[in-house]
Write a protein that binds this ligand. Sequence first.
Ligand SMILES: CC(C)(COP(=O)(O)OP(=O)(O)OC[C@H]1O[C@@H](n2cnc3c(N)ncnc32)[C@H](O)[C@@H]1OP(=O)(O)O)[C@@H](O)C(=O)NCCC(=O)NCCS
Length: 158
Amino acid sequence: MSNHKQLSTSLIMGPEYANLYGNVHGGEIMKIMDNTAGAAAAHFVRGHVVTARVDEIQFLRPVHMGDFVTCTGQVAYVGRTSIEIYLTVDVENLLVQDSSARALEAFFTLVAIGADGRPTPVPAYTPETEQEKALHEHVRLRREFYETRREEAKAHLR
Ligand SMILES: CC(C)(COP(=O)(O)OP(=O)(O)OC[C@H]1O[C@@H](n2cnc3c(N)ncnc32)[C@H](O)[C@@H]1OP(=O)(O)O)[C@@H](O)C(=O)NCCC(=O)NCCS
């Protein structure tokens, strides 16, 4: 399912995703999230993107081998060259009716990269629905905090 603001990927968690006890590794879920966030951002931009930041991954529920996982990336905020994607992961046991539940959510920041390998401007985004407007405002406030943290992180790298 996709439109220019939202894109989902779904897959069944086979044994290759799980440990010996049947629990899916957190890293496997994060990889699906990163792929979905990248696809949602690239779809919006119609160009190449790189992941610059991942915020607040909290595993609220376990994911089990055999679960049907749906990861959805929604454009939440667009800056000059960056796109913030709100990521949700829902988990369903296909053998149990109405078992779909939210397992986790997170925010991914992706940056559009031009042919010169540098950040490049992205299309404008205007939130329309009440949900989109609330998400947009939530991210707008968080971005002020990001900038401070980013400056601190860069200072440590030197
Ligand atoms: C992301 C990257 C291209 C940014 O390069 P940069 O020279 O710092 O770019 P700028 O300072 O011009 O910032 C560009 C945009 O990215 C945003 N950004 C960059 N780093 C960010 C961070 N850590 N957190 C949030 N936003 C960030 C800036 O806010 C800016 O957004 P805006 O244009 O919408 O206002 C660079 O840090 C990079 O290549 N990182 C590695 C990405 C990667 O390889 N990811 C895969 C995982 S290994």
